[in-house]
Write a protein that binds this ligand. Sequence first.
Ligand code: CTP
Ligand code: MG
Length: 245
Amino acid sequence: MPDQPRPPRTAAVIPAAGRGVRLGPGTPKALRTLNGTPILVHAVRAMAASRSVSLVVVVAPPEGAPEVKRLLDAHTLPERTEYLVVPGGETRQESVRLGLDALPEGVDIVLVHDAARPLVPVETVDAVIEAVREGAPAVVPALPLADTVKEVGPAEDGGPEPVVATPVRSRLRAVQTPQGFDHATLARAHRTVTGEVTDDASMVEQLGPGVVVVPGHEEAFKVTRPLDLVLAEAVLARRRANDGF
Ligand code: CTP
Ligand code: MG
């Protein structure tokens, strides 16, 4: 019998090494709890919920890797999912690179997912993976904006900031995670692109065209400020009421 082509192997890298300064003083953001379960555990489960994801690499606060490993060992995750914990870096970009460095041979597709987006639905994760399988080098889940966006210039002499432009709102998208990548392309982007970036796909954009968006989801919002914790717990309560989740 001819060899069947092996299905692409998909891994998720979860940067979770940030402090969460905007959330206020206290435990590092990824270890704060929502309904008693750490944000990070919700995020790992959200990736593991996809049947395509067989490995999750968690990038922990630099001194916190053993504690994060114990935490994941103590929470139930699907049996098919392996996980690794590695220490992170000073910036998100560095943390992602350290996570990528820990990936074993044979990973074809990589998702990069913020620990701070614990509630992304599995449908969004699968849509991102599917678009990478169909050939896009990088895929970002994205939503249209509710607010109009202004570009401003520097304020002069303590006066108000001048507005310099208003981009056409209908062409703008707010992007979320997981962002999905052809592994070789993302690895090349991390080796060659220098300078600061605020998301992973923008590094691949610098290599060339082909980065695409798929529909994002309102529940994939990033837990950033205190009010986001209230919203996240409300989403969990709604899920429990709707389907016994
Ligand atoms: N992150 C990381 N390593 C860093 C900084 C951020 O792994 N040095 C991760 C965070 O843990 C988070 C994700 O990147 O899951 C998105 O970053 P953000 O929401 O900005 O989280 P923080 O940087 O922790 O928050 P803040 O900017 O408010 O301090
Ligand atoms: Mg940050």
